[in-house]
Design a protein around this ligand. Structure first.
Ligand code: 3H9
Length: 717
């Protein structure tokens, strides 16, 4: 059994402390401990009341997520909550830290709730494709009103203690939560005959009856932010039941039915795969757990452009002082003012207070001299992609920055080993590929060079957690993980265009599949001219898939940057408008390259774009560039707008079945004759065993097997 509940009697009060490190989920041992602890307190006539708290930083972080999909042994949560709610002695939840999901639901079954000033509460089940299935959807609306409860449940937000108090989720705050709760419950036991139960507080739900707006607004709130997700609609139906049903237990039954529908829905498995995947990605299989971590007290950034400024904000937001260097005074001034404007925007939107803005912006300093980053523990170079320039900068940094500090490059595809070899400390050089806008996008690809030390890697992984990034380690190989897959995906979209599909058809098909943005809108956003210019400079011919894009550039159509690319754009707007004038170009280039344009179905579009991702992902895995299949999914979801509810390309392949993936690859290889659809050997190997991509064997020899061929991704961007 996992976890336990410590029991002691202090001053006539039973103190039940949930002990299931690190965050006290309600595993089978905890459920048993709670049930038995409550029974013991009830049976002990010297006990007048019960205090329920948690050990360490959490009160209770929810149901044990690893148990979902299993058989669910021992006491069920409903049984434990019934025991708690109908305990013959008054119970106060002493919320010492995080009370999330089933954790907050536990507290809502107690008569009273006192929270520490540092606590957070919330019902984030929606992020796992679930709903609060242990009474949360029925009790929270009774405490805070249906509209507010819907906001909390549909956003999955962690509500800070002060706000929880103002909303009425907790009754009071304390700096000494356990001791104060003991005193409080003794006093209540002595002076009150009855003790409140949230289930009996009906005023707020009755008041909402007949007010259609509450549910309509909730639907509107999720239509965009949780597009394609199943659980939000289920949550709304639960709250509708809370509003309209007179009998609380009837509402609970509805909640259970809707919860089970979520539990068996494939989105739940996909989203929990990503929850554990993000946590697994932060662990590097061959870096021992006890590897020393360097203390990062100050960071330096080279370059004050969009990326440099965004990365600086990440450090400042994490409370780490950051110094920005630029060689050009005007650029630096502009860059710093962009950072200030970003923070002002956040204040205006109510995301941070003016005091918080002053604090974080106060952590950002700047100058023109490399020597001013000499005392930084990590320096991240964020200038434009040019190996020669980066190598030069690293030479200067190596001289200017104190020994022992990490030097990182924010490159999206250049060879980290070449950069590292220009310094006297290659073991301290690492790639940190942030995604734009760096202060918002969650993905961070951490590129491990040939000589990067375990300490440097472990330190960067640890600091990335402070920066609230989903960090994934990639070996130093062309395109790393994300851009290598993206290359194959956009190339496939371009092949579909050559064969007869139109950009808006491809985009609509992929957006209906769940992507935030279809490939042609994305290419217009990035700029069509990057690859075209690189090819021109290098005297290279356009590869087949780039023929149309290059021709558009020849006609001065570079994408959003000059308001015309695959689409047309109005001044100041990112909304794509049709570009019928391009159609004759598509027809001409198709015919020049021997294609007879044909009708292409949405199914073929989605299949071919997805297969390009899956097949490349399988190669990335078999080469050991990514440690595990879930890492690739974490990259794609956090950096490329892939829908979380599909669990990432690798999970999607597993869900389809690898035998089906192979059949489809064979079909499209026959149809197109393209090697893109020649199945990866790993897919064949795993399909033969009836396995999944998550079963891919680890590669011990992976670091020897790779070489960096700079040319292979240069063509795409
Ligand atoms: C629920 O409650 C359903 C009910 O309504 C109805 C039931 C009928 N279970 O994230 P961290 C592990 S659904 C199992 O690195 P942090 C995590 O995997 C649940 N394990 O720490 C990791 O393990 P490892 C609703 C869990 O400080 C370790 O704990 N609750 C759970 O950055 C440390 O986690 C949620 O959705 C769990 N519930 O963040 C909350 N939670 O060391 C989910 C964590 O082996 N959890 N672990 O990698 C979180 O959001 C974050 O973990 C938390 C701490 C904010 C708590």
């Amino acid at each position: 059994m996992k976890g336990t509940v410590l029991y002691e009697v202090r001053d006539g009060v039973a103190l039940l402390t949930v002990d299931n490190p690190p965050v006290n989920p309600l595993s089978d041992g905890v459920r048993a401990g709670l049930y038995e602890g409550l029974a013991k307190a009830e049976a002990d006539s010297s006990v007048v009341g019960v205090v329920l708290t948690g050990n360490g930083r959490a009160f209770i972080a929810g149901a044990d997520i690893s148990e979902f999909g299993g058989s669910g042994e021992g006491h069920g949560l409903a049984e434990v909550f019934k025991k708690l709610e109908y305990c013959s002695k008054p119970v106060v939840a002493a919320i010492n830290g995080l009370a999330l999901g089933g954790g907050l639901e536990t507290a809502l079954c107690c008569n009273y709730r006192i929270a520490s000033n540092q606590a957070f509460v919330g019902l984030p089940e929606v992020n796992l494709g679930l709903l609060p299935g242990a009474g949360g959807t029925q009790r929270l609306p009774r405490l805070v009103g249906p509209a507010e409860a819907l906001k909390i449940m549909l956003s999955g937000a962690h509500v800070p203690a002060k706000k929880a108090l103002s909303l009425g989720i907790v009754d009071s705050l304390s700096d000494n939560v356990v001791e104060d709760s003991i005193t409080f419950i003794k006093e209540k036991a002595a002076n009150s005959e009855s003790h409140p139960l949230v289930r009996d507080l009906n005023d707020k739900v009755i008041e909402a009856r007949g007010n259609e707006n509450i549910l309509v607004e909730a639907q509107a709130m999720t239509a965009k932010s949780r597009k394609g997700q199943f659980a939000p609609g289920q949550i709304i139906k639960c709250v509708e039941a809370a509003i309209n049903l007179d009998d609380f237990d009837e509402g609970l039954k509805k909640e259970t039915d809707y919860f089970i529908e979520c539990l068996v829905h494939p989105q739940r498995e996909a989203m929990i795969h990503i929850f554990f995947g993000e946590r697994a990605a932060s662990k590097v299989s061959d870096v021992p757990k006890d590897t020393p971590i360097m203390d990062i007290k100050k960071a330096g950034i080279i370059g004050s452009g969009t990326m440099g400024g965004g990365i600086a904000m990440c450090f400042a937001n994490a409370g780490i002082p950051v110094h920005i260097i630029d060689q050009d005074a005007d650029n630096l001034k502009r860059g710093i003012s962009v950072i200030e404007k970003n923070y002002e925007f956040m204040v205006n939107r109510g995301r941070i207070t003016t005091e918080q803005k002053d604090f974080v912006f106060g952590l950002v300093t700047s100058s023109l001299d490399y020597n001013d980053v000499h005392d930084c523990d990590i320096v991240i170079e964020a200038v434009y992609e040019n190996l020669e320039l980066k190598t030069k900068i690293f030479k200067s940094l190596d001289e200017a920055v104190k020994p022992g500090a990490i030097l990182a490059s924010n490159t999206s595809g250049l060879d980290i080993d070449s950069i590292a070899n220009s310094t006297s400390r290659p073991e301290l050089v690492v790639g940190t590929h942030f995604f734009s806008p760096a202060n918002i996008m969650k993905l961070l690809e951490v590129v491990r060079g040939d000589q990067t030390s375990n300490e440097a890697l472990a330190t960067v992984m640890s600091v990335s957690k402070k920066l609230k990034k989903a960090a994934v380690v990639s070996l130093n190989a062309p395109g790393f993980i994300g851009n290598r897959m993206f290359f194959g995906y956009t190339a496939q979209a371009n092949m579909l265009l050559l064969e007869g599909a139109l950009p808006h058809q491809v985009d609509q098909a992929m957006e209906s599949f769940g992507l935030n943005m279809g490939p042609f809108r994305t290419m217009d956003l990035i700029g069509l001219d990057l690859g075209w210019r690189a090819r021109k400079l290098g005297g290279m011919a356009s590869p087949l898939h780039a023929k149309i894009g290059d021709e558009l550039c020849e006609q001065d159509r570079f994408g959003q940057k000059n308001q015309k690319g695959y689409y047309n754009y109005s001044e100041g707007s990112r909304a794509p408008n049709p570009a019928p004038e391009n159609e004759s170009i598509y027809e001409r280039i198709s015919s020049e390259n021997g294609f007879t344009r044909r009708e292409i179905s949405d199914e073929e579009i989605v299949d071919r774009c997805m297969l390009a991702l899956i097949n490349e992902g399988a190669d990335i895995l078999s080469e050991g560039v990514a440690q595990r299949a879930a890492d690739i999914d974490v990259v794609y979801i956090n950096g490329y707008g892939f829908p979380i509810w599909r669990g990432g390309p690798m999970h999607h392949a597993n869900a389809m079945g690898l035998d089906v993936v192979l059949e489809k690859l064979a079909k499209y290889k026959d149809l197109t004759g393209s090697d893109v659809f020649a199945a990866s050997s790993l897919l064949i190997e795993l399909a033969e065993k009836g396995g999944k991509l998550t079963d891919a064997p680890s590669k011990d020899d992976r670091r020897e097997r790779l070489s960096f061929e700079k040319s292979s991704v240069a063509n795409n961007f």
